[in-house]
Design a protein. Structure first.
Lengths: 375, 154
C-alpha cells in the first residue's frame, strides 16, 4: 500500500515538474531533434552559445526586478535600449573608442534611461493589472519619439559632426552606425581560449557582478518592499510600503540596466542598426527568459541562464535543420520567429489559465467553507 | 539617514559620474594617425623621403613604407608613441628612433610627414589634419528602414 502511495506521489511530483517546466522541456526536445540535423560540431555550438550568452545575459537580467515587483515582463526595457543606442551614437560621433567609449556610453545612458523609466513607471501605475500590454505600447510610443530625435533632431539640433554617421542630407542618422573602434573591447579584454572556445572573462565577470547585486538587492529594504508589492499591493500598502514609488523604482532600475545591457550587446555586435536594433531586443529577451522556465510572476537568475542557452541554441540550429529537412533555410528562419512569438503567447496563456484556476479553486474553497458554516 | 545626508550622497554620486565621464572623454579620444613618407619642402629646400621606414606602435608593426607611400595606425589618447626603423638608402643600415607626439584633441585624423619629423622640424611643418573627402557611396541618400516585427539573427 505504502509502495503504491509512494509511486503515485512520485508520479504526481514528476507530472507537476513536467507541467511547471513544460516550456524548457519543449525546447530541450526541439534542440535535441535539431542539433543532429544541423550537423554543427560541439565546439562550434559551444563557442556560439558562450558568445551569445555574453552578449545577451545582461539584457535579460534587467527583466528580473520588475517581475519581482509584480509588474510582469517589462516590454518597456526597449526604452533603456533606445537610451543606450542614443548614448552610443553620441560616443561614436565624439570618437571615444574602446573601453572608455563603453563606460562613457553607459554614463550618458543613465539620465536618459532614468527619465524614460520614470515616465514608463508613472504610466504603468495608471494601468495597474495591465502592465505588460501598457509597457508594450509605451515602447512603441517612445520608439516614435526616438525616431523623431534620431531622424530629425540629430544633426540639426543635436550636433553630429561625422558624415559616416550623419545622413547626406545633413541631419538624421544613417541606418547603420559602425562601432568598429569599440567592437568586442570588453569581450576581448582578459578573454581566454579553452579548447578553441573563446571565453569573454570580463563580460562574464560583469554579468556575475550583476547577479550578485540582484541577489543582494532582494535582501535590502527596497527589495523586500518590491517582493511585498509583487505578492499583494493592498497588503503592502497597509504595511506602510509606498507601492507607487516602489513600482516606479523597479521600472527605473530595469530601464537603466537595459541601457547598459544594450551597450554591452552592441559592443559585441560592432554596429548599431539605428532604427531596428531596439525593436527586436525586448521581444527576444522576454522569449529567452520564458524559455528558461520563468513565468510572468516568477523568474530567477537560473531561468535567465537556462533560457539564453536554450533559446540561442535553437536560434543557431533551426535554420540549418530547416535547410536540411526542407532544402530551404528560410523555413528554419520562419520557424524560429514562430517559436519566439509562440513561446511568449503560450507563457501568457498559461499564466492566465493558472491564475483563473487558482481563483476558481479559491472560490470553491470559500463556498465549501460557507456551506460548512451554514450547517 | 537624515535628508541632508541623503542629498549629499546623491550629489556625490552625480559628481563622481560626471568626473568619470570627463575622464573617459579625455583618455578615450581616438585618433587615426597617418604616416606620409613623402618629399617635403621647407624654407625652399626639398627633403627627400627615406628609402624605407618601418613604423611600430605598441611594439607592433603597423606600416612598412617605401618612398612616396602612406600608412596608418589608430591610437586612443593624446600621447602617441611610435618607433621608426629608418633605412635612408637602399641596402643601407636601419636606424631606430622613438617619438612621442601630443595629438591635438580636436583632430580625428592626423598626418605626420616622416621626412620632416626625422629632420626635427617644428610641429606645424610635420603635423597636419587629415580631411577626408566624401566618397560617392557616402553621398548617396539612403532609405531609412524601420522594421518592427522581424526577428533576424540575434
Amino acid at each position: 500500500m505504502s509502495t503504491k502511495n509512494q509511486t503515485a506521489s512520485f508520479g504526481a511530483k514528476l507530472g507537476r515538474l513536467a507541467r511547471d517546466n513544460s516550456v524548457p522541456i519543449m525546447f530541450i526536445l526541439i534542440c535535441a531533434v535539431c542539433i543532429p540535423l544541423a550537423g554543427f560540431s560541439g565546439g562550434y555550438l559551444l563557442n556560439e552559445i558562450i558568445t551569445r550568452m555574453g552578449r545577451n545575459t545582461f539584457l535579460i537580467l534587467s527583466l528580473l526586478i520588475p517581475i519581482m515587483a509584480g509588474m510582469g515582463l517589462n516590454f518597456g526595457m526597449t526604452l533603456g535600449a533606445m537610451a543606450g543606442e542614443i548614448a552610443l551614437i553620441l560616443t561614436a560621433d565624439w570618437q571615444i573608442w574602446g573601453i572608455p567609449g563603453v563606460v562613457l556610453s553607459m554614463i550618458l545612458s543613465i539620465p536618459l534611461s532614468v527619465g524614460l523609466g520614470l515616465l514608463c513607471g508613472k504610466i504603468l501605475n495608471m494601468a495597474k493589472g495591465r502592465e505588460m500590454v501598457t509597457s508594450y505600447i509605451v515602447s512603441y510610443f517612445i520608439n516614435g519619439v526616438y525616431q523623431l530625435v534620431v531622424l530629425y533632431m540629430m544633426g540639426s539640433i543635436i550636433p553630429i559632426a561625422h558624415s559616416s554617421i550623419k545622413l547626406p542630407r545633413g541631419y538624421g542618422i544613417r541606418n547603420t552606425v559602425s562601432l568598429l573602434n569599440m567592437r568586442q573591447c570588453i569581450d576581448n579584454l582578459w578573454a581566454i581560449r579553452v579548447g578553441g572556445v573563446k571565453i569573454p572573462v570580463l563580460t562574464f565577470l560583469i554579468i556575475a557582478l550583476l547577479c550578485l547585486v540582484i541577489l543582494w538587492f532582494r535582501k535590502t529594504k527596497l527589495g523586500q518592499d518590491m517582493r511585498a508589492v509583487g505578492q499583494d499591493m493592498n497588503v503592502a500598502r497597509d504595511a506602510g510600503v509606498d507601492v507607487e514609488r516602489t513600482r516606479i523604482i523597479s521600472i527605473v532600475i530595469s530601464t537603466v540596466l537595459a541601457g547598459f545591457g544594450m551597450i554591452l550587446y552592441l559592443q559585441n555586435m560592432g554596429n548599431i542598426s539605428t532604427y531596428s536594433s531596439h525593436s527586436q531586443i525586448g521581444m527576444f529577451c522576454i522569449a529567452a527568459l520564458l524559455v528558461g522556465g520563468a513565468s510572468v510572476d516568477k523568474a530567477s537568475i537560473g531561468n535567465v541562464f537556462l533560457g539564453v542557452s536554450l533559446f540561442h541554441l535553437m536560434f543557431i540550429v533551426a535554420p540549418a535543420a530547416g535547410a536540411k529537412i526542407t532544402g530551404d533555410s528560410m523555413i528554419g528562419e520562419y520557424f524560429r520567429v514562430f517559436v519566439s512569438y509562440g513561446v511568449i503567447t503560450v507563457a501568457l496563456v498559461m499564466y492566465e489559465t493558472k491564475k483563473r484556476r487558482a481563483k476558481a479553486s479559491l472560490g470553491r474553497q470559500l463556498e465549501l467553507e460557507q456551506k460548512g458554516a451554514d450547517k | 539617514m537624515n535628508k541632508s545626508r541623503k542629498w549629499l550622497f546623491r550629489a556625490g554620486a552625480l559628481l563622481l559620474l560626471i568626473l568619470v565621464a570627463l575622464l573617459m572623454l579625455w583618455i578615450g579620444r581616438g585618433h587615426t594617425v597617418y604616416f606620409d613618407n613623402k618629399t617635403i619642402e621647407h624654407q625652399g629646400v626639398e627633403y627627400k623621403p627615406p628609402y624605407k621606414v618601418v613604423v611600430r606602435v605598441n611594439g607592433e608593426q603597423v606600416a612598412k613604407l617605401n618612398a612616396r607611400e602612406r600608412g596608418m595606425a589608430t591610437w586612443i589618447g593624446q600621447n602617441f608613441k611610435m618607433e621608426l626603423e629608418v633605412t635612408w638608402e637602399k641596402k643601407g643600415e636601419a636606424v631606430v628612433r622613438s617619438f612621442t607626439q601630443k595629438l591635438p584633441y580636436n583632430m580625428d585624423g592626423i598626418v605626420l610627414n616622416l621626412p620632416a619629423l626625422l629632420n626635427d622640424f617644428p610641429e606645424e611643418v610635420y603635423l597636419s589634419e587629415f580631411v577626408p573627402v566624401a566618397t560617392e557611396a557616402e553621398e548617396v541618400e539612403e532609405e531609412i528602414i524601420t522594421s518592427e516585427f522581424e526577428l533576424s539573427d540575434l
